[in-house]
Design a protein around this ligand. Structure first.
Ligand SMILES: Nc1nc2c(ncn2[C@@H]2O[C@H](COP(=O)(O)OP(=O)(O)OP(=O)(O)O)[C@@H](O)[C@H]2O)c(=O)[nH]1
Ligand SMILES: [Mg+2]
Length: 207
């Protein structure tokens, strides 16, 4: 059985640091958030299977604006495509040019997260290899406090054994303080977790 949604197109559409720069179409949005270097841009590329769509770098702080990608999805048993936006955010917990820049980033990120009426849910990415950092915990609590639906994605799962993946998922739940939280292991290299995430996206697109 293959009832998966299929991404038929993906293109970069806009970069924004202000509300008037957000793209015009009234499409549903799914946003990716996480520390610098956690793998947000890589995940967007793996999901769309368009290499180089979002720029990936070994240097933290690559993404510095809110970047919108417009995707088209072919749903099972539907002829027409459904368009939506994936939104890539700058990483938190890192600033190349010091404190001032860091606070400006978080302000326009907060503004986006709190004001976008198109936002369906937030994927918060956490590196599966390490215990969540204080900035991860702060961000998670802030999202919950502001009633934003969150899916925790534990990235770079290919770097650990199956056993370690399970152990570290427990550690993530404990550190975030929610033991019955859903945490999705994800590997952009091996596409692990991709079908699950596409299913979740598919379900919000048909709502
Ligand atoms: N092994 C492995 N490496 C990954 C994976 N995802 C990302 N990486 C690597 O991690 C580094 C950072 O990836 P990015 O996707 O640029 O991270 P980002 O979160 O967008 O970073 P910023 O834009 O700086 O916030 C790159 O060297 C990627 O190749 C993964 O699933 N597995
Ligand atoms: Mg990035």
């Amino acid at each position: 059985m293959n009832e998966e949604i299929i991404i038929t197109q993906g293109k970069y559409i806009a970069s924004a640091v202000r509300v008037d720069q957000y793209p015009e179409r009234d499409l549903k949005e799914i946003v990716f958030i996480g520390r610098s270097n956690v793998g947000k841009s890589s995940l967007i590329n793996s999901l769309t299977r368009i290499g180089g769509l979002a720029r990936v770098s070994g240097t933290p702080g690559k993404t510095q604006t809110i970047n919108f990608y417009e995707l088209s999805a072919k749903m099972p048993e539907e002829e027409e495509r459904r368009d939506f936006y994936l939104v890539d955010l700058p990483g938190y917990g890192y600033a190349k040019t010091g404190k001032e820049n860091r606070s400006r980033w978080s302000k326009f990120i907060d503004e986006y997260l709190l004001k976008s009426e198109r936002l369906q849910f937030v994927c918060q990415l956490i590196d599966i290899r390490h215990e969540p950092m204080p900035s991860d915990v702060d961000m998670f609590k802030w999202l919950v406090k502001n009633n934003l639906p969150v899916l925790i994605i534990a990235t770079k799962s290919d770097k650990l054994s199956k056993n370690q993946v399970q152990k570290n998922i427990m550690l993530i739940k404990k550190t975030l303080g929610v033991l019955d939280l859903d945490v999705l292991p994800y590997s952009s290299v091996k596409s692990e977790g991709r079908s699950f995430l596409l299913d979740v996206i598919g379900s919000v697109l048909v709502e």
